[in-house]
Design a protein. Structure first.
Length: 83
């Protein structure tokens, strides 16, 4: 089980508060969620955190593939701040 902090790359601060307030880029969060689904991942995204929990029985190759998919979704998140 792991967790990534979703931060605004322009400030280094969390993209929003836990209560949903002060979201600096709602479009980036929406794009990230969509990119996860597009990459076949269903994760718990509660900004400013993205939780990931791989299957308990998983091969090293499957784990690597899952994190590569998450990385692609995180790239979409980062790119949304450049648009």
């Amino acid at each position: 089980f792991g967790c990534f902090d979703l931060v605004d790359p322009r400030t280094g601060e969390p993209v929003q508060n836990f209560d949903g307030s002060n979201c600096t880029n709602p479009d980036a969060v929406t794009a990230f969620r969509a990119a996860l689904r597009a990459n076949g991942l269903y994760g718990f995204v509660r900004p400013p955190m993205f939780h990931c929990a791989p299957a308990l029985v998983i091969s090293p190759e499957e784990l690597k593939d899952g994190f590569q998919r998450a990385d692609r979704a995180l790239q979409v998140f980062d790119e949304a701040f450049r648009a």
